[in-house]
Design a protein around this ligand. Structure first.
Ligand code: ATP
Ligand code: MG
Length: 449
């Protein structure tokens, strides 16, 4: 087996070897290279101690000297070079409580989570695969190195990582590994929010986000996302749906492109439903107010995971407006864009499409046709460069002040009123017309149109 190492990785390995140490590319980069995927980052494992590594390279960063990690900088890029080590229990999450350096590569490979992540490579030795990672790749399975129960007890995040890799690679989880996940899933309680978030985002933004089902079946979501369990338990007796809120959500995830914001929005768009179900005399379920309730739950979940504010804001808006589907006319579409925000609007269209595709075929054509009409009108509005925000108005605050208005809240209200008007009548977006309109508004006269 031959892997083409990037020039800088080769250089680091050569430098270490020439100084008498062993060095290999290791972990995710080897796995991805064997699978023909582009590695995220190249990690190097070496027999050299951190200070020995530092002495060999001009520019280095002390990333985690006590854990053996030095980052070597070459051409502005960082490469983590870590000394062969044996880990104790993981404490803060990222780092084991105590580590012990070792002289043996195989001891370092043994501490890694899964067989497919426990391979090393260099040009001198070729592939070092002590735990049959290649065999598991061929079989398409995620299997712990050694005893799964022990590995998950050392670091419970590995429980979630197993499902994340299965979603990214389309692999199944080997039986003993899966059994240990079910037994130990509750240990995920101890894992920090940041680490959970990172793995959940990778799982959701993967080629197989429907693997979230495995996280539910094995009791993982019960610990880190009980909101999803509530969705799986909420049936929907309505012609629009064919299964529970959770089943619909899983299909939505598969129906939208692998973008983190879109996938998070799909995950949470119906999270408000479980608490709001009412059933009418005909036995039909309703979920009135669920977009607003879902928005609140989305905020709670994403705050709990310590997600950044920008993502939280976008996901919340997509959840709140996911059901906003006016009869498509140019006016209603302009109003919709204004409400949702120009920048987020294309994402909302993608959310709505995925939502419809994951519903029952009841009135399917009709719903899709309306959405396509909305999309068509949206493209026309863009092509005509129609005004959709205060920024797009032909007059600004300065023009109104020059026309005699005082700065202050009234000025803002006037601009909003002008925008409301222009959303109705785009051809009125001229300086002349809007100045006249603003004067009329100030004098309390009826508008000109
Ligand atoms: P990604 O594509 O997300 O970077 P990766 O496999 O490279 O996937 P990293 O988190 O970058 O994952 O870790 C690099 C390597 O370190 C892994 O391949 C694995 O060998 C080892 N590793 C990472 N986290 C753990 C862990 N929690 N327990 C054991 N080994 C781990
Ligand atoms: Mg990596």
């Amino acid at each position: 087996m031959e892997i083409r190492l990037p020039k800088n990785v080769k250089k680091i390995i050569d430098t270490l070897e020439q100084a008498g140490y062993e060095a290999y590319a290791v972990g995710g980069c080897v796995r991805d290279s064997v699978l023909g995927r582009e590695p995220n980052d190249w990690d190097i494992t070496t027999s050299a101690r951190p200070l020995e590594t530092k002495a060999l390279f001009k520019r280095t960063v002390d990333t985690g000297l006590q854990h053996g990690t030095v980052t070597v900088l070459l051409d502005g890029e960082g490469y983590e070079v870590t000394t062969y080590r044996i880990d104790g229990e993981y404490e803060d999450g990222r780092h084991p409580k105590e580590v012990q350096f070792t002289e043996k590569l195989v001891e370092d490979l043994r501490r890694r989570d899964f067989t497919i992540n426990a391979m090393a490579y260099n040009e001198r030795e070729g592939l070092v695969d002590a735990f049959d990672g290649i065999g598991d790749m061929e079989r398409g399975v995620i299997r712990c190195v050694g005893d799964a129960g022990e590995r998950f007890t050392e670091d419970a995040l590995r429980i979630l990582r197993a499902v994340r890799f299965s979603a990214q690679l389309g692999f199944s989880i080997e039986e003993n590994t899966r059994e240990a996940i079910e037994r130990l899933a509750k240990n995920l309680e101890k894992i920090s929010a940041e680490r959970i978030q990172a793995e959940m985002v990778k799982l959701l933004a993967s080629p197989h986000p429907g693997e979230l089902r495995t996280a539910w079946e094995t009791g993982i979501t019960a610990v880190i996302l009980p909101e999803f369990d509530a969705m799986m338990e909420t049936e929907q007796h309505t012609p629009h749906h064919w299964g529970s809120v959770g089943e619909h959500t899983l299909r939505c995830l598969e129906s939208v492109e692998p973008d983190r914001t879109l996938r998070l929005a799909m995950l949470l768009h119906d999270a408000g439903k479980p608490a709001l179900r009412t059933t009418d005399e005909e036995g039909r379920d309703h979920f009135i107010g669920h977009p607003e309730a879902g928005e609140r739950i989305a905020e709670q979940v994403l705050r709990r995971w310590k997600m950044d504010n920008d993502t939280i804001g976008r996901v919340k808006r997509l959840v709140r407006f996911h059901d906003l589907r006016p009869v498509p006319t140019p006016r209603s579409v302009r109003r919709m864009i204004y409400k949702v925000g120009e920048e987020l609007f294309p994402s909302l269209l993608l959310v709505q499409r995925a939502d419809i595709l994951a519903q029952s075929n009841y009135r399917w054509e009709e719903k899709l046709r309306a959405l396509e009409e909305t999309e068509r009108i949206y493209r026309e509005i863009l092509a005509a460069r129609q005004c959709l925000s205060i920024r797009g108005l032909a007059v600004g605050g300065r023009d109104l002040i020059a026309d005699g208005m005082k700065p202050g809240p009234a000025l803002g209200r006037t601009l909003t009123a002008l925008l409301e008007h222009v959303l109705e009548e785009p051809e009125h977006n001229t300086k002349e017309y809007l100045l006249a309109l603003s004067r009329a508004l100030r004098q309390g006269e009826p508008p000109l149109f």
